[in-house]
Design a protein around this ligand. Structure first.
Ligand code: DGL
Length: 265
């Protein structure tokens, strides 16, 4: 029996599209509802209390409306702050996104890794915990950047984003004590893989950029193993939580990622 229930992916903006790309590769038949909480964007400059109050309530509404089989919080900020509360409130599998510190520590030769996330993510105890568990023999240098989130949003809207803006972000990481030793950078915000090529282009030396998207897609495939999917993947939907008319470049970017339908919550 074909099962039409979608996968729901959730982020504050376009960042979760970096996760969606991996999910599409692994589960091409899945129907997708992609939610951008533009009404709450940006998350990274908000307090823990604001995120903790907003995200579980909003996901509750979304689950009621779209009846997904599984929810993915494709956002490090929301996951590191509210994953436990969302799991406690909702009776379906919830996959979170956490900074890929473990794979970064596994590949670092210099034993110095950078964690580039939002301000809210890099200050989370969750990051201390991951560093202690998986990178205890590494120097872990963190940098929070709201600017890089805005750059990713702007790029997907087709706006110009100057090289200088990307090098300022990298300077904020590599300019810290021990930063000159970093060989691997965790992209601990789902927006950042969307601009990783630009970061690499302005980097003063080759750096490896690591993110968690492939691991999330594997986890979703594992949790939905044996389930039926529609014979043909239906057109995906992009849902915005506040009225917003996406500019043509963003509509194209969404359509190119299998999200031709746009709606508002
Ligand atoms: N994409 C989000 C993350 O992974 C947050 C971006 C924001 O709203 O600040 O952390």
């Amino acid at each position: 029996m074909p099962d039409a229930r979608p996968l729901l992916l959730f982020d504050s903006g376009v960042g979760g599209l970096s996760v969606l790309a991996e999910v599409r590769q692994r589960l091409p038949q899945a129907s997708i509802v992609y939610v951008a909480d533009n009404g709450g964007f940006p998350y990274g400059t908000k307090s823990e209390a604001e995120i903790a109050a907003r995200v579980p309530a909003l996901l509750g509404r979304l689950v009621e409306r779209y009846r997904p089989r599984l929810v993915t919080i494709a956002c490090n900020t929301a996951s590191t702050i509210a994953l436990a509360a969302v799991r406690a409130a909702l009776d379906l599998p919830i996959v979170g996104t956490v900074p890929a510190i473990k794979p970064a520590a596994e590949r670092s030769v210099t034993r110095a890794i950078g964690v580039l996330g939002t301000d809210a993510t890099v200050r989370q105890p969750y990051v201390d915990d991951l560093s202690a568990r998986f990178a205890s023999d590494c120097l872990v240098v963190r940098h929070g950047s709201a600017a890089l989130v805005e750059l990713a949003e702007a790029r997907l809207r087709g706006q110009p984003t100057p090289d200088r803006a990307y090098s300022d972000v990298l300077d904020g990481l590599l300019g810290q004590p021990g930063g000159e030793r970093i060989d691997t950078v965790v992209l601990a915000c789902t927006h950042f893989p969307l601009v990783a090529d630009r970061l690499a282009a302005v980097s003063p030396r080759p750096l490896a950029f690591v993110d968690g998207a492939a691991g999330i897609a594997r986890r979703i495939a594992y949790l939905t193993e044996g389930q039926d999917w529609p014979a043909e993947s239906p057109p995906g939907r992009a849902v915005f939580t506040a009225p917003f008319d996406p500019p043509p470049a963003l509509r194209d970017a969404l359509a190119a990622r299998g999200l031709p339908q746009i709606e508002w919550l």
